[in-house]
Design a protein around this ligand. Structure first.
Ligand SMILES: NC(=O)c1ccc[n+]([C@@H]2O[C@H](COP(=O)([O-])OP(=O)(O)OC[C@H]3O[C@@H](n4cnc5c(N)ncnc54)[C@H](OP(=O)(O)O)[C@@H]3O)[C@@H](O)[C@H]2O)c1
Length: 325
């Protein structure tokens, strides 16, 4: 689909991820309309962008007000939402995008939010709109590894495990609220192709990646769904850092293990640098590509744009290890 407008509506632009995304969009020459509830921080950001040679519009919008949201979306080419928890807040934004015929990208990493967006594939096609979820460090940085490992596996993998450890400079209210609302979902995994729910802490293990042995827990993150879709494996686990393994420092790492039908496992790792910066670059790159024209439907970032997206966006390197069972 070729969208008529070239302007992106960035929801939550003055937030922690929003500010970095605005800079990444500006660096890619993408015109942006900065949106949020409070004018002051949006004006400050617009001034900073203009000083760097990238003028941006400002729009005060409260997403909980459907009329204000519809008005802000009108005339834009893509809406990029950074306002979470997405499981609770994304639905009305997606509704408004479908109604306006405008494509949508978000940085959700909550399993229920990502699953809910993917379930709208038929609606998206009917409206000739592209919906992309998970366009951030989580789940795109494990998804790229699974896509690469699957290419090296003969036949459908029998098991996939992925793990992410994000190091961030600052934890925002938006992230805190999102973690608080999503952890009660518990340990979600796929076993024999069925979704299994267990209390958080079930299936805890240690995984060594990024040179560190880490205590990890199966968690309710979108990496689970992205790994399942990328591999078709019946058994899938996505690990988050356990309390004893919360990252020190601001470097971020992901790991994936794909076990083929012959029992042979291959693993891969990725180092991305600061997690929110990686998210900003990935989200901006996805948005730029959707704005340029993308297939209608509901997608994860890797499903739509392939294994090369993340390394194109952040110039990171993937390391692959093969071992015999
Ligand atoms: N996928 C990933 O790897 C990844 C990485 C980073 C963050 N995230 C997720 O992204 C979300 C945002 O994180 P963040 O760190 O950017 O949070 P943040 O710093 O708290 O920013 C959220 C922004 O949303 C705006 N906002 C909140 N409610 C709004 C509403 N009803 N209407 C319009 N704007 C509203 C806020 O601005 P006002 O208060 O001025 O309206 C604020 O600027 C969280 O869910 C987080 O978990 C995902």
């Amino acid at each position: 689909m070729t969208t008529a407008s070239t302007e992106v509506l960035l929801l939550g632009a003055a937030g922690n991820s929003g500010q970095l995304i605005a800079a990444e969009l500006a660096a890619r020459g993408v015109p942006v309309r900065l949106a949020g509830r409070r004018r002051g921080p949006l004006d400050d950001l617009a001034r900073a962008l203009a000083a760097g040679g990238a003028p941006a519009g400002v729009r005060v919008v409260d997403m909980s007000d459907a009329a204000s949201l519809a008005e802000a979306i009108s005339g834009t080419g893509v809406v990029l939402s950074t306002v979470g928890p997405f499981a609770r807040l994304a639905g009305p934004v997606i509704d408004a995008c479908l109604a306006a015929g405008v494509s949508y990208v978000d940085i959700a990493n909550e399993w229920p939010a990502v699953r809910a967006l993917l379930d709208r594939d038929e609606q998206a096609r009917a409206h000739a709109v592209t919906l992309v979820t998970g366009a951030g460090f989580g789940p795109a940085a494990t998804e790229t590894l699974v896509l690469r490992l699957v290419e090296r596996t003969a036949g459908t993998p029998e098991r996939v495990r992925v793990a992410a450890a994000a190091g961030v400079a600052r934890q925002s209210d938006g992230v805190r609220q999102t973690i608080q609302e999503s952890l009660p979902e518990g340990a979600i995994t796929y076993r024999d192709g069925q979704l299994v729910r267990e209390p958080l802490g079930s299936g805890a293990t240690t995984v060594t990646f990024g040179g560190t042995k880490r205590q990890m827990l199966p968690g309710p993150v979108a990496d689970l769904e992205a790994a399942r879709l990328a591999s078709g494996a019946p058994d899938v686990v996505a690990y988050i850092a356990g309390p004893a393994a919360r990252a020190a420092g601001t470097d971020s790492f992901t790991w994936a293990e794909v076990t083929g039908p012959d029992g042979r496992a291959i693993t891969a790792e990725l180092r991305t640098g600061e997690g929110v910066r990686a998210t900003a670059a990935i989200a901006a790159e996805v948005t730029r590509r959707v704005l340029a024209g993308a297939k209608p439907g509901a997608w994860t970032a890797g499903q739509l744009l392939g294994a090369g997206l993340v390394t194109d966006a952040i110039a990171a390197q993937v390391t692959v290890h093969e071992r015999r069972p």
